[in-house]
Design a protein around this ligand. Structure first.
Ligand SMILES: Cc1cc2nc3c(=O)[nH]c(=O)nc-3n(C[C@H](O)[C@H](O)[C@H](O)COP(=O)(O)O)c2cc1C
Length: 199
């Protein structure tokens, strides 16, 4: 009889510890930090928020990039060469209270944009779950997700999500509306399910 109770306890414990992220995630505090110039990454951040909740924060710089695309590309290339971290205007209160931090950014120069590097240097995400997402002009995320892993070496970094957004070089700015937004939402949900964040 005693053995029976002991066995039930062990089985119960196994089930509890094996419970899906989706169940345990419901009690977690979620932060969604994103950088977006033409609002495509912002749209993905909003889709994520609609599906898992959490606080949305847009990264803004003390000194914004030029409006002109080519000038911005030149500045970004230089910043990457010198490893410059542009100062953020955005301040995040009590980041220590969050358990899960989504970090979203467009591909710039086939890399993580400097402002997101500033954020990951400035805020301590060790011990947290970090989940990257990205939009790009069709050339992919480049080294962006690798940089997340490097800069968050003491966090649990989950599989990232990447999708084609605008092509500012060709004058294609915001695309996440109508059918494209629906497709994006379906893909985001598939990914959230895969990483066990959706029930
Ligand atoms: C400075 C700059 C550099 C970019 N470099 C790349 C690149 O190397 N590869 C790529 O696929 N897209 C590149 N893009 C395009 C953006 O990644 C794409 O348009 C993205 O969807 C923009 O996201 P946003 O609307 O959230 O700003 C670049 C855009 C900018 C402004």
């Amino acid at each position: 009889m005693k053995n029976g109770i002991f066995l039930s306890l062990i089985i119960g414990l196994c089930f509890t510890s094996g419970c899906s992220n989706a169940q345990s995630m419901s009690s977690k505090k979620i932060l969604i930090v994103y950088l977006s110039r033409t609002n495509n990454t912002k749209a993905i951040a909003e889709i994520i928020q609609r599906n898992v909740g959490g606080t949305l924060v847009s990264l803004e710089l003390e000194k914004p990039y030029p409006e002109d695309y080519r000038q911005t590309v030149q500045q970004v290339v230089q910043e990457n060469e010198t490893n410059y971290l542009p100062p953020l205007k955005t301040k995040i209160d009590s980041i220590e209270n969050y358990d899960v931090v989504f970090v979203g950014f467009p591909t710039w120069d086939m890399k993580m944009p400097p402002p997101m590097k500033s954020f990951l240097h400035q805020y301590n995400l060790s011990g947290k779950t970090v989940i990257p997402f990205n939009t790009n002009a069709g050339y992919g995320v480049g080294s962006g997700f690798e940089t997340v892993k490097e800069l968050c070496s003491k966090s649990t970094v989950l599989e990232g999500f990447s999708i084609k957004g605008g092509i500012e070089r060709d004058g294609v700015l915001f695309v996440m509306e109508g059918e494209k937004e629906k497709e994006a939402e379906a893909e985001v949900k598939k990914w959230l399910q895969k990483i066990n964040l959706l029930k």
